[in-house]
Design a protein around this ligand. Structure first.
Ligand code: ZN
Ligand code: FE
Length: 267
């Protein structure tokens, strides 16, 4: 049986595949065609990645980690043992992710074959969390910072830090594909709907998402443009919505903090 993988980007320069693993994780595999280089983002496990690479007859040339949680680095050791590939992560996480070879800070830019990859520090979910932006392909590998209709829980960072991280992502073009590390969309929808005051476009968005899930297909990547309208954590910037929520009089970071707490307590 071949590995379950969805091709989410296909261009002459780059193909990107999405592998659903564990309960709700996504691993992404990038193939840069010009130089025939292959990278994996957040390998929760090694076996499905290894099987996929063997099917394609590809070696692995790099591992990109967004943060140190086991469901993002669990496959690192085996893949590195097998391929001897470098491991990219944040400088902050280089002390808690084994064998990091490329420790990067906010604003780092590197080349992978002909790809340009920009690194943004997005502390909040964890303090070392980074995201990988491919500006030429409008793709963002955002790990556990931003999800469809949600955002990462604050395990280490403060709400202010997370809000600054999200504000950074809000600067990216609306057509940016958000390649999130988890399939949480329908669960997140329950919280979004509990808040009410949904955007008029929400109904067709969520219908599409439910259809995808009923066909066992991923709901991500999603577009930043859509998340700005429907994701409650990004909607705090909308003054009308914020005042409908009773949050109109407080700064954006506090609006965000209020919503994050409400979601943590939501059942
Ligand atoms: Zn995590
Ligand atoms: Fe995770």
């Amino acid at each position: 049986m071949s590995t379950l993988a969805f091709e989410i980007m296909k261009s002459p320069e780059l193909s990107v595949y999405q592998l659903p693993v564990l309960e709700d994780n996504y691993i992404y595999i990038l193939r840069e065609h010009g130089s025939s280089l292959t990278a994996v983002v957040d390998p929760a496990l090694s076996a499905p990645v290894q099987r996929f690479l063997e099917e394609q007859n590809w070696a692995l040339d790099a591992i990109f980690n967004t943060h140190h949680h086991l469901d993002h680095i669990g496959g690192n050791r085996d893949l590195r043992a097998h391929h001897g590939c470098p491991i990219y992560a944040s400088n902050y996480d280089s002390s808690r992710i084994p064998d990091v070879t490329h420790a990067m800070d906010q604003g780092a830019r590197f080349r992978f074959g002909r790809l340009t990859i920009d690194v943004k520090a997005t502390p909040g979910h964890t303090l070392g969390h980074i995201v990988y932006h491919l500006p030429d392909h409008r793709m963002l590998f955002c790990g556990d910072t931003l999800f469809a209709l949600g955002c990462g829980r604050l395990f280490e960072g403060t709400p202010e830090q997370m809000w600054q991280s999200l504000e950074q992502l809000l600067q990216l073009p609306g057509e940016t594909m958000l390649c999130c590390a988890h399939e949480y969309t329908l669960a997140n929808a329950k919280f979004a709907e509990s808040l009410g005051h949904l955007h008029p476009g929400y109904a067709s968005y969520i219908t599409r998402m439910k259809q995808l899930r009923s066909m066992q297909r991923p709901t991500v990547p999603t577009l930043l443009r859509e998340e700005k309208l429907y994701n409650p954590f990004l909607r705090v910037t909308d003054p009308l919505w914020a005042s409908a929520m009773g949050l109109g009089e407080i700064p954006l970071a506090e609006r965000f903090a209020h919503l994050r707490l409400a979601k943590d307590q939501f059942k």
